[in-house]
Design a protein around this ligand. Structure first.
Ligand code: GBH
Length: 496
C-alpha cells in the first residue's frame, strides 16, 4: 500500500489576483468607471491616499507577469474580469466594449500559450459606477441580478471556449459588509454605513442583508445560465469564492462560547452557503437575531437556487479567531452574531503568530478544521482560491529585505500541510490551491503598504522582483505530490 498522499498528482495550484488591484490603465480602451475609482478619488483618506489608477500596470505588463507565473511553475492562474472594461456602463441594455474584450482575449491566449489554466472571477468588487448611480447597485435586488446575468453571459460567450473554470463572485460577505454600498462598516467602496463616522449615508441595520440577497440571487442566475446554455458545449466548471474564518470558543468549557463560535461561522459562511450550496434558507440563528431585516427567499428564488448547482466551493482563507458570547441583546447594527471576536483565548493563548497586518495571524491548524467543516457541511469539492499573508514589518522593508520572506514561506508550508491533513486524515475532497497573490498590489483600503505578493512590486519603477517564497512554492507542491502513485504505476509492466 502506498502511504497516504498529502496531495494528489493532479492537484491544481497556482496564483491569484484581482483586476482593480493590479491592472491600472483605468482610462484606457473605453473602460468605464467602477465604484472603486470613485471611492479612491472622492475619499482618498479612506484608502490611505491610494488608487488603482496605475496599480501594477498589469494591463500593459501582463506578458511579463505571466512569464513570472511560468517561472514559478504555477499550473493555474486566477484573475478577475473588470465588468466596466466589458460593459462600461454596466447595464443589460448598454453597449459592449470590444477593446475591453480584446484585453482579456490577449490575457487568456497568453496563459494558454504558456500551458497555464485560466480561472476567471466575474466579480471581484468593482461594480460599474453607473449601476450604483442608476439604482443603487446591489441595493436593488431585482435590477442588479439581471445586469450581472447579462455580464456573465457575455463572458461565457466570448471567453468560454477557452475559460473552463468560472468563479461568479469573490467574497460576497465582504461585499455586503465592507464593500459596495459599504453596507455595514463603510470600509470599502462606496462606503455607505450608519456606524462609520466617515460616512453620512446608508443603514447598517438593513443594507448588508439586502445586498447579500442580491449577491446570492445574482450568483444563482449566473450559474443557472451557465448550466442551461453553456455547460453542454463548453464543458466547464463553475463555483463561488467565499471567505470566512474558523472560530474556536474563547472559553472552551463554556457552552455559550461554543454556540457563539458556531454562530459566528453561520453568519460568515452559512449566510451564503446555505442558499447557494444547499438551496436552503439562511441559518436559523440569523433569522432569530435579524428577523424581518433578513429578506426572505420566495418559492421562485428557491427554484432558481436549485437550478444553480455548482461544481466546487472556492475557499478564501487567511486567519481565524476566538469567539466570546455577549450577554446583552444584539444591537441592530451587529453583523457578527452578537459576540466578541478575540485573537487570544481565556488563558491568554494567542490564536497564532502575528503577520504584517493586525487582522491576520497564522492559524494552519484551524485552517484544517475549517476545510473539514466546510467539506462536511456543504459536500462540494473545495478549491482554496486564496491563501497568503504579509510578513511582519514587510511594509517598512526595502526590496532586498522583503524578498527574504521567511514568514511567508513558513505560512505556505504550514497551510499546505493543513490541506494535506484535511484530505488524508479527514477525507475532504480538496482539489486545488491558489496563493494570494502573484504580486504585491493595491490592498484596497490599506493602500500599497500591505504586501501580500510573492513578487515584490516597486511602485516607483514598477519593477518586479521574485521573493523567495515564489521560487520555493513549486518545490513545496512537488514534495507533497511526490508520494502520489498514478494508476499506471500499479499495473505490471510488459513482460512482468
Ligand atoms: C481577500 O479578502 C480579498 O479577496 C483580496 O482581494 C485581498 O487582497 C486579500 O483578502 C488580502 O486582504 O482591517 O480589521 O478592517 C479577505 C478578507 C477583508 C479580511 C478585509 C480582512 C480587513 C479587516 N479581508 N479585512 S480590518
Amino acid at each position: 500500500m502506498a502511504p497516504p498522499t498529502p496531495l494528489p498528482a493532479d492537484f491544481e495550484w497556482g496564483f491569484a489576483t484581482a483586476a482593480y488591484q493590479i491592472e491600472g490603465a483605468v482610462d484606457e480602451d473605453g473602460r468605464g468607471k467602477s465604484i472603486w475609482d470613485t471611492f479612491c478619488h472622492l475619499e482618498p483618506t479612506r484608502t490611505k491616499g491610494a488608487s488603482g489608477d496605475i496599480a501594477c500596470d498589469h494591463y500593459h505588463r501582463y506578458e511579463e507577469d505571466l512569464d513570472l507565473l511560468s517561472r514559478y511553475g504555477g499550473k493555474a492562474y486566477r484573475f478577475s474580469i473588470s465588468w466596466s472594461r466589458i460593459i462600461p456602463l454596466g447595464g443589460r441594455n448598454d453597449p459592449v466594449n470590444e477593446a475591453g474584450i480584446a484585453f482579456y482575449d490577449r490575457l487568456i491566449d497568453a496563459l494558454l500559450a504558456r500551458g497555464i489554466v485560466p480561472w476567471a472571477t466575474l466579480y471581484h468588487w468593482d461594480l460599474p459606477q453607473k449601476l450604483h448611480d442608476r439604482y443603487g447597485g446591489w441595493l436593488d435586488v431585482e435590477e442588479s441580478q439581471l445586469d450581472f446575468e447579462r455580464f456573465a453571459k457575455i463572458c461565457y460567450e466570448r471567453f468560454g471556449d477557452r475559460v473552463k473554470n468560472w468563479i461568479t463572485l469573490n467574497e460576497p460577505w465582504i461585499v455586503s459588509i465592507f464593500q459596495d454600498k459599504g453596507y455595514a462598516t463603510g470600509g470599502n467602496a462606496p462606503g455607505r454605513s450608519s456606524i462609520n463616522p466617515q460616512s453620512s449615508e446608508g443603514n447598517t441595520a438593513t443594507e448588508p442583508w439586502t445586498v447579500g440577497k442580491a449577491l446570492i440571487m445574482s450568483h444563482a442566475r449566473a450559474v443557472a445560465l451557465y448550466n442551461k446554455k453553456f455547460r453542454g458545449t463548453q464543458k466547464g466548471r463553475i463555483g463561488i469564492s467565499l471567505n470566512g474564518d474558523f472560530y474556536e470558543p474563547w472559553d472552551s468549557e463554556d457552552e455559550r462560547d461554543k454556540m457563539a463560535a458556531e454562530r459566528r461561522m453561520e453568519f460568515h459562511i452559512g449566510w451564503f452557503a446555505n442558499p447557494i450550496c444547499l438551496a436552503q434558507d439562511y441559518p436559523i440563528c440569523m433569522r432569530e437575531q435579524l428577523g424581518d431585516r433578513l429578506p426572505a427567499f420566495t418559492e421562485a428564488d428557491f427554484a432558481l437556487l436549485r437550478e444553480a448547482k455548482m461544481d466546487f466551493y472556492g475557499m478564501n482563507y487567511y486567519t481565524s479567531q476566538f469567539a466570546r458570547h455577549r450577554d446583552e441583546p444584539a444591537s441592530e447594527t451587529d453583523f457578527l452574531g452578537n459576540l466578541i471576536e478575540l485573537q487570544e483565548n481565556k488563558q491568554g493563548v494567542p490564536v497564532g503568530e502575528p503577520s504584517g497586518v493586525h487582522w491576520l495571524r497564522s492559524t494552519p491548524d484551524l485552517f484544517r478544521k475549517h476545510l473539514t467543516r466546510v467539506y462536511r457541511k456543504y459536500g462540494l469539492p473545495i478549491y482554496v482560491t486564496e491563501n497568503g499573508c504579509p510578513c511582519p514589518e514587510e511594509d517598512k522593508m526595502t526590496r532586498t529585505e522583503a524578498v527574504e520572506d521567511t514568514y511567508r514561506i513558513r505560512y505556505f508550508q504550514d497551510h499546505l500541510d493543513a490541506v494535506g491533513l484535511s484530505r488524508t486524515e479527514d477525507g475532504s475532497d480538496i482539489k486545488g490551491y491558489f496563493a494570494w497573490s502573484l504580486m504585491d498590489n493595491l490592498e484596497w483600503s490599506d493602500g500599497y503598504g500591505v504586501r501580500f505578493g510573492v513578487t515584490f512590486t516597486d511602485y516607483k519603477t514598477l519593477e518586479r522582483t521574485p521573493k523567495k517564497s515564489a521560487l520555493l512554492l513549486k518545490g513545496m507542491f512537488e514534495d507533497r505530490m511526490k508520494q502520489s502513485v498514478s494508476p499506471e504505476t500499479h499495473l505490471p509492466s510488459e513482460g512482468f
